[in-house]
Design a protein around this ligand. Structure first.
Ligand code: OSB
Ligand code: MG
Length: 377
């Protein structure tokens, strides 16, 4: 295949409910949509879902734009490829920048699946026709406000509730939600906000009493040894997110028993090809996986739905309906959850049309290789 034209669309959408983690607060998001056109006139779409600031990962929207424009666009235009994995070899020497690469990889998979006339889910080896979704709830101003959010999402039928925690917002909200809802699938995510000293590990052991499905990323990304020390003493499975950006990291997690659940975030791992390989490796080792989200717009969300249809994704994924995030999404139709379950599209590619008018209306920056430099504003 040959890519003849590339467009980058940096788009800002407001969130319907602002979201706070241990590291940052957001009320709108700026993501870059990657549009690849091939010599047959087909288009493939991918999403660079890096946050605007370097608090979750080292990348930002600006670094993603820079790396795309200076390194990925020319390589993608020059490549002659038959599979997305082959296209990726053209930028294999670029270190890091997983979110940026993931946007191009997603667009290549969409394009390739369309050329083959198959859905993205079946191109990836998906077997499920529907996937169960969970929701991730940010740090709220009060425990009551959090309990109200939990009620609302349970009423919508979501299968799992994940609570963001941080020092000062942990045991109290967790025990309040658990006593109000003794039987729900509940888990917590600290986004690396704790240090792995003995005193903190002792403190985190008290979370076992809440019967959580997992404790996600309590410590810093590189602290595999700390996560392993916690896991040896904790009954609740530790789940790694930020720590695992490559298959090598997953090997380290397995070798050290630093986690017993894996959050496969497509963007964090550099795209769908590596995400699929991570699924295969984790499944081989009996590690259950689920797909984490980055509040993706519909393009990235549709890719998350597709990968979640693989058999090892046995835990609910962060693939809630578009309406939880955006009043109007960039895809038509939006992703819809019925009773917390999302149907996997069977039409070619990501299975949704792009709302190009809405993209243009909310666009902050545009690059079009057909128009060269003049297109940037
Ligand atoms: O750790 O999963 C995370 C959002 C921004 C940064 C980090 C995380 C998140 C989420 C989003 O939890 C969940 C979603 O997209 O539904
Ligand atoms: Mg996480």
């Amino acid at each position: 295949m040959k890519i003849t034209r590339i467009q980058l669309h940096e788009v800002r959408l407001p969130l319907v409910h602002s979201f706070q983690t241990s590291s940052h607060r957001k009320s709108s998001l700026d993501h870059i949509l990657v549009e690849l056109t091939d010599d047959a006139g087909r288009t493939g779409w991918g999403e660079i879902a890096s946050p605007a600031d370097p608090f979750y990962c080292p990348e930002t929207t600006d670094t993603a734009w820079l790396i795309s424009e200076h390194y990925l666009v020319t390589r993608a235009l020059d490549a002659d490829w038959t599979t997305p994995a082959e296209l990726e070899t053209s930028w294999a020497k670029i270190r890091g920048h997983e979110f940026t690469k993931a946007g191009f990889v997603g667009a290549a998979w969409d394009l390739w699946a369309k050329a083959e006339g198959v859905s993205l889910a079946s191109a990836l080896g998906g077997t499920r026709h529907e996937v169960r979704a969970g929701v991730s709830l940010g740090i709220e101003p009060t425990v009551d406000a959090l309990l109200a959010q939990v009620e609302k999402q349970l009423a919508a039928g979501y299968h799992r509730i994940k609570l963001k925690i941080a020092p000062g917002w942990d045991l109290e909200p967790v025990h309040a939600v658990r006593s109000a809802h003794p039987d729900i699938d509940l888990h917590v995510d600290a986004n690396g906000a704790y240090t792995s000293d003995d005193q903190t590990i002792d403190y985190l052991l008290s979370l076992d009493a809440a019967h959580l499905t997992m404790i996600e990323q309590p410590f810093a990304p590189r602290d595999f040894v700390g996560h392993s020390r916690l896991q040896q003493r904790l009954q609740t499975p530790v789940c790694l997110d930020e720590s695992v950006v490559s298959l090598d990291d997953l090997q380290t997690m397995i070798a050290l028993d630093a986690g017993r659940v894996l959050n496969i975030k497509v963007s964090r791992m550099g795209g769908l090809t590596v995400a699929k390989a991570a699924h295969d490796l984790a499944t081989e080792h009996g590690i259950p996986v689920w797909c984490g989200g980055m509040h993706e717009f519909g393009v990235g969300r549709a890719a998350n739905v597709a990968i979640s249809s693989l058999p090892g994704f046995t835990l609910p994924s962060d693939v809630s309906g578009s309406d939880k995030y955006y009043a109007r999404d960039v895809i038509m139709p939006p992703v819809v959850a019925h009773d917390g379950t999302v149907t996997v599209p069977s039409t070619p590619g990501i299975g949704h049309e792009i709302d190009v008018e809405w993209v243009a209306e909310n666009r902050l920056r545009h690059l079009d290789t057909d128009l060269a430099e003049s297109a940037q504003h």
